[in-house]
Design a protein around this ligand. Sequence first.
Ligand code: GLU
Length: 295
Amino acid sequence: MTLIRGRFAPSPSGPLHFGSLTAALGSWLTARQAGGEWLLRIEDIDPPREKPGAADAILRTLEASGLHWDGAVLYQSRRQAAYLEALEKLVDKRLAYPCACSRKEVAQSARRGAEGPIYAGRCRNGIGNPDKPPAVRLRVEDEAIGFEDRVVGWYQQNLAVEIGDFVIRRADGLFAYQLAVVVDDAFQGINQVVRGADLLSSTPRQILLQNRLGLPRPAYVHLPLALDRKGRKLSKSDQARPLDDQAPLPSLLTAWAFLGQHPPEAPPGSTEEFLAWAIKAWDLSRVAASAAPAK
Ligand code: GLU
């Protein structure tokens, strides 16, 4: 039997909030119930969006909540060489290409897609403006890319119609999330990705990248998103209320209920007691699929 290896991969744009705790709990339980490992990766590849101290605060909250991880934490800020190698492989095979179009140029010539303008492909056959430092885009095809999600069911996208050739390295030199996540999931041997439904619409792009790079595809499970009172996704950078590291149990119980699980018969005496019970009681089939807003 294959050892299940799950992961939690927060961006340090702020402390953990209820929404990210819910994703962490669902991911941890799915891995632990299968007797699997659960790895932690800090996705610190976008310094302008990071908050000083947030990565450490996330680690502390996970520890306080009893969501212990296996092995050393992987920091994406130390993985630039691996991303560059993957990028060069794609460019060498002409699967990706430099693009020097400005945001304005992209917007002017584009159709609107699921997540913004669909790039019209001006630099597909050669860069238009050689003086400007280019971004790098992955070429997409006119074909459906789909997968079976244990919560959402079958999900597919035609990337040419809905997304367009997408950026894998920005013009400012920063690698895009889509590339880094695929390189690192493979590097860490992740075969089960359980995360929030805001990333559902990123998954076909990640599958295409895996195919192009010859990397294995993990199983994907997307959990419903906790929304604020106005129906918006809670976000770390909006300073959604941080969790209380001194009293993690109430938030864990709320996250458990949010994931559609039966409450424990008697109130658990401690976080450890709750989690030990929850590993056995966790039932992914009770998690209701929610409409997935685009990332
Ligand atoms: N770093 C991403 C975030 O915090 C999550 C990445 C993933 O789970 O694939 O939204």
